[in-house]
Write a protein of this length. Structure first.
Length: 225
């Protein structure tokens, strides 16, 4: 009767140490992972019990898992590269806005003695639109009755005068917007006017750095001048 040498299905510790040595403490590349997998698989097949060989389905399953992991890793690398390229292109496009003035969400209007610019965004239009400009103490400086306005972005200007006809002091003011249709309040968003000073590219995407110290996305810009 022929004696069959009994072997285990587990690779020796020496082999595992050589495959997963101390030199490779960080995450390896895709090629390194494939090499380690194949070495372990071949070693496992060499040391398998001849009376209880590995199941073909098991080998196929392991190969499929490696292929899936490798494919996902390559896809992630491709997407990261694509995102980087898109952000670089967006940076170049956004740089053309430096020096331009924009309307973005905000309720500040500045005057140097001759008034300033601001805006209102009306999603559905209004029969009556009123803008109230206030000083830092919250006191009303100027009330502007603008009548009926259609839906859309409405650039506006303030001549710098107060309700009593005097010139408002130079500085920053706040303004409130009230819009009504048939006596009912409707949505109206206030817009600040500012100059694009620079752009920045960070984890949150492309940002426009404005003269009023705000940073906004290009999608937040309602109008460019």
């Amino acid at each position: 009767m022929t004696t069959v040498q009994n072997t285990t299905n587990t690779a020796s510790q020496a082999l595992l140490d050589s495959v997963n040595g101390k030199k490779n403490t960080a995450k390896g590349s895709v090629d390194a992972a494939q090499d380690r997998f194949m070495m372990l698989l071949v070693t496992q097949m060499k040391n398998q019990d001849p009376l209880n060989p590995m199941d073909n389905a098991q080998v196929t399953s392991q190969m499929a898992q490696l292929s899936t992991v490798t494919g996902i890793d390559k896809l992630n690398n491709t997407l990261e590269s694509l995102i980087g390229s898109v952000q670089t292109g967006q940076s170049y496009q956004a740089s053309s806005m430096i020096g331009h003035n924009v309307l973005v969400s905000g309720n500040e209007v500045r005057t140097n003695g001759a008034g300033g610019y601001f805006g209102v965004d009306l999603p559905i239009g209004a029969d009556k639109l009123t803008v109230t400009i206030k000083d830092s103490a919250g006191s009303t400086v100027r009330t502007m009755a603008l009548g009926a306005q259609e839906a859309g972005t409405l650039p506006l200007s303030w001549d710098g005068f107060t309700d009593d006809g005097s010139v408002a002091k130079a500085g920053s003011y706040k303004f409130d917007v009230t819009a009504t249709t048939s006596g009912q309040s409707v949505a109206a968003d206030s817009l600040s006017y500012a100059r694009v000073m620079s752009i920045s590219n960070n984890a949150s995407g492309i940002k426009l750095n404005l003269s009023n110290l705000a940073s906004v996305s290009t999608s937040d810009v309602k109008e460019i001048f």
